[in-house]
Design a protein around this ligand. Sequence first.
Ligand code: GAL
Length: 431
Amino acid sequence: MNSITRLAALISLASLFPLSAIAAESKGTVEVVHWWTSGGEKAAVDVLKAQVEKDGFTWKDGAVAGGGGSTAMTVLKSRAVSGNPPGVAQIKGPDIQEWAQTGLLDTGALKDVSKEEKWDSLLDKKVSDTVKYEGNYVAVPVNIHRVNWLWINPQVFKKAGIDKAPTTLEEFYAAGDKLKAAGFIALAHGGQPWQDSTVFEDVVLSVMGSDGYKKAFVDLDDKTLTGSDMVKVFTELKKVATYMDPNRAGRDWNLAAADVISGKAGMQLMGDWAKSEWTAAKKIAGKDYQCVAFPGTDRSFTYNIDSLAVFKGKDNAKNGTTAAQQDLAKVTLGEDFQKVFSINKGSIPVRNDMLSNMDKYGFDSCAQTAAKDFLADAKTTGLQPSMAHNMATTLAVQGAIFDVVTNYINDPKADPETAAKQLGKAITSAK
Ligand code: GAL
């Protein structure tokens, strides 16, 4: 057969079997805006994509790079303003209520699936309240991250002559000094506002305890924000910053994690999505790396719940997007997905029945500790929403805190008393 006749044969075959008959027709498309773009995060979100596609829907990936999600939020806002929101977007905490108030989230799409799948009984009320608006689910919670973790490379610790993980700020500084003296980066870090404030909230928790943390970031109590304990927080923060990688400006969190994984650095302060990078590098918790609570915070758990919110669209029902949103939501809270996603992502499941039965699902020691602490701290004031990860305040207040903290860390002349005053002032005007 020459090439012309081969082509003719192909054309006539194609007319016998139109594309729709060869590849099964999609039941609908859903575009998902999220910021899970590091190697480990991508492995996690690919699990959701694969399942939605297996169920016959088309996944349009709306990934926007940038840890912590501020770039993704900017993109989402401009798309919403121009009348072109995606079907689903990663939105968290109080921000979900703000989006729902604009009328752009779909209050009806998840009604049946949430009833059929008994979400109310699967989820803690704190969690379901966050993703409901006026009694209706407008988002599906995906997982729970703990933020107040310290990640350690034990081989590096050994080389620097450190024999145990620090449990107080003094021990942390002593370990930092030894790491520096042995030629390592003591604390891998990325100089980005959300990463700076992740460290800041750890220090607030360590110095003030959970009650002080709540007064500062949930109640936004001016006395706490400007008082002597906050001055101490800024003093300690300055000291913590002396151990940070001097080349940190603009560095992504996963690159900082890579420095600890490869043995260039000894420690990193980051939520447990950092574990996704260790997992992707085939490292084992408790053996190749250690996860411990940030010094002084082992009785507290700063939580960060990822959620996927559903947007309205005038043709959503007709073109299958509503069905795709429902499928995605159902998959997300399914037992299999909850397990596989969190194992890849470094988080723990959001389902109560799974949190109290972690052994059964093969979670590693870090995840087991996280689940145990989550359940214990939920009975005290130990369980607190992460400010740096959009769980405690509006984005306006969070932005005001980020500015004060990042300016403070980067200004060699900055003074703790002035910083505390600035913090109070900035929050008052952002409220
Ligand atoms: C957090 C988010 C995590 C992770 C991290 C780094 O805000 O909740 O899922 O993606 O940012 O980007």
